[in-house]
Ligand binder design. Structure first.
Ligand SMILES: *Cc1c(COP(=O)(O)O)cnc(C)c1O
Length: 428
């Protein structure tokens, strides 16, 4: 029986872990059913506890850009583990991965490693506030920057969108310093800046949004933000936790030719281990303790195993001059195949894609911000998700999540995926 052992494991997990999961989206609440428990993965494939294999389009939500259990990464972790797993002192490897990251990413001189994307974004905002001596930040509806208080903000009522907490436990005091803007709406950002003259420390954005499906920035939007920031003494923070080392070696900054003041990383940079990082010019980074006044720390930050995995991953990406072209071609092939089968069945859909990030929305109208993303037909998505899952294709269990392709995928995998999508489309 499908998912038999997963179902049993989930019942046991629910007894001792809230909702049976350690991160909410894993619980399948948006699509129904029982989450699948995986036991191993190799290349483009996951194997669940019932020994069913899946072609994986989540790739651990982004990190496994070269495929699961990539040999050089695994070997680096194993070799390091034998030498001791944590010292609480500096290690040479931290400098090596920092040098490599700084050489790959434009506009950064220094980088600090943390343990998650959440930490990276939280620390970047503190640094921006310390540097500008201002309190407020602007974020965009539908962009996700981790689960720290300042980012769990919903649109307030009225024309002026001062944030209100969107989770109990976030105080009104915190929420008032976060202002929500509409993605791809420069006039809206301009208006917000006008209403908060001299008070905004930073604008933080996913340069390609990946947490409301995949939403590309409109032509001129990122440059417009850069100009508004320059004119108003505001720092531009690119949250490249998803896009960093995925859309190009230098991430979205390189792809779009836009300079950010602070850049946040996570996911790919850790090669599948818990790593985040934030980076900027020396001038800004020197505001951090121990040389500057802005405090930021971490017992396991720069952990040897995590750095070994991340370093092996970045080296592999840096050495492979064809990687991003191959990912582009594979994902374009998938996009075209999906378009063909969905169109043939007369299904209302929109597909958004930038490089190896792609999402299918069940709505015929363009999806360019949170509101348009929220219009999608969730019932169709549920059926699409479960239909693909039964056929051994694992996409993210929410219409608000992007699919991530990895280089280990073959054209045969892509053809199998398109064929599965055609069968499922019959049922929509
Ligand atoms: C995943 C993600 C985060 C949070 O990273 P965690 O490692 O889950 O804390 C932040 N920003 C973006 C854009 C992300 O996709």
């Amino acid at each position: 029986m499908l998912y038999q052992r997963s179902s049993q494991l989930f019942v046991a997990a629910e007894q001792v872990i809230p909702g049976g999961v350690n991160s909410p989206v894993r619980a399948f609440r948006a699509v129904g059913g029982t989450p699948i428990f995986m036991k191993s993965a190799k290349g483009a494939y996951l194997t669940d506890e019932d020994n069913k294999q899946y072609i994986d389009y989540i790739n651990s939500w982004g990190p496994m850009i070269l495929g699961h259990a990539h040999e050089p990464v695994v070997e680096a972790i194993v070799a390091k583990a034998k030498l001791g797993t944590s010292f609480g002192t500096p290690t040479e490897l931290e400098t090596k991965i920092a040098e490599l990251a700084v050489s790959m990413v434009p506009n950064i001189d220094k980088i600090r490693f943390v343990n998650s994307g959440t930490e990276a974004c939280m620390s970047a905002v503190r640094l921006a506030r310390g540097y500008t001596k201002r309190d407020k930040i602007v974020k965009f509806s539908g962009c996700y920057h981790g689960h720290s208080d300042s980012f769990l903000i919903a649109a307030g009522s009225g024309a002026v969108t001062f944030g209100t907490p969107n989770s109990p436990g976030v105080t009104a005091g915190t929420a008032k310093d976060t202002i929500l803007a509409r993605y791809n709406d420069l006039d809206n950002v301009s208006e917000i800046i006008g209403q908060n003259q001299g008070e905004i420390a930073a604008i933080i954005i996913e340069p390609v949004a990946g947490n409301m499906g995949c939403i590309p920035p409109k032509q001129g939007f990122l440059q417009g933000l850069r100009n508004l920031c320059d004119a108003n003494g505001i720092l531009l923070i690119f949250d490249e936790v998803m896009t960093g080392f995925r859309l190009a070696k230098g991430g979205a900054q390189e792809l779009f030719g836009i300079k950010a003041d602070i850049v946040c990383f996570g996911k790919v940079i850790g090669g599948g281990l818990p790593v985040g990082a934030f980076a900027a010019s020396s001038e800004i980074m020197n505001y951090l303790a121990p040389i500057g006044p802005v405090y930021q720390a971490g017992t396991l930050s720069g952990n040897p195993l995590a750095m070994a995995a991340g370093y092996a991953m970045l080296q592999a990406i840096n050495a492979d001059s064809g990687l991003f072209q191959r990912l582009e071609e594979k994902t374009a092939y998938l996009e075209n195949g999906l378009r063909k089968v969905l169109s043939e069945k007369g299904i209302a859909y929109t597909i958004n894609r930038v490089g190896s990030m792609i999402s299918v929305h069940f709505d015929a109208d363009p999806v360019y911000d949170f509101q348009t993303a929220a219009k999608g037909d969730n019932e169709s998505f549920r059926k699409f998700f479960h239909g693909l899952l039964e056929r051994g294709v694992y996409i993210a269990p929410s219409a608000y999540e992007t699919w991530f392709l990895c280089d280990a995928l073959t054209y045969e995998d892509l053809d199998d995926t398109i064929k599965a999508a055609a069968e499922v489309a019959e049922t929509l």
